[in-house]
Design a protein around this ligand. Sequence first.
Ligand code: HEC
Length: 207
Amino acid sequence: MTRAIGIIAAAAIILLFATLMIVIMPSMQTQSRSHPSEGLKPYSEQALRGRAVYVSLGCVYCHSQQPRDPAQAPDGIRGWGRPSVPGDYSYDNPHLLGSMRTGPDLLNIGARQPSVDWHLAHLYNPRAMVPGSTMPAYPFLFEVMEEKSASDVELKLPEAFSPGHRLIAKPDALDLVQYLRELDRTYSVKVIPTLDKSAPAATEAQP
Ligand code: HEC
């Protein structure tokens, strides 16, 4: 009988220890790191709707949102911003870090390109704004303008790319562009994680 009690007590202690190490401590660790960076603003309602459009159109398959450490990739030189930190993603659930970089990193696109007109024209036909761009076009985010009302945002395209009729942006396009404009983590942060500086610095584009 005493032996059985000993075995049960030992099993209970092992179970408690395992729960502490595997469940409670990791959860405390992740919670203590989830504070938003100072300077990070929550997304506006419109941007949150735009974020859902970004997800539904699969932008994340070609665009990352995680500028990397200079020891890993020259993202700073490419103009994509400082290496991101966990607090930059406090309002991103789920995060859209991405793993492919067919196009540029977009975590700071709002700071690089704040123009609504530019984004709309680029979404309608990327080639109209960036010659030779391989990004797909999203013409279904626009519709033919019947009568212009005050709230309509007209698409402005270079003459050579004009479809011959006037187009306005659908709500999804405007929400998406607002989301892109709110992607801005250019505030400074106190702790930027650094990697071992003796590691060879990457000089070429890495997907
Ligand atoms: C098949 C890959 C692909 C997909 C999908 C894609 N893009 Fe792109 N994107 C690119 C490439 C390549 C470029 C660089 C050339 C250019 O600027 O058009 C780019 C450039 C951009 C830029 C300009 C970045 C800069 O630094 O100037 C923005 C903004 C952008 N994409 C937004 C989007 C959005 C929003 C979506 C989803 C609706 C999307 N992309 C989907 C490939 C893609």
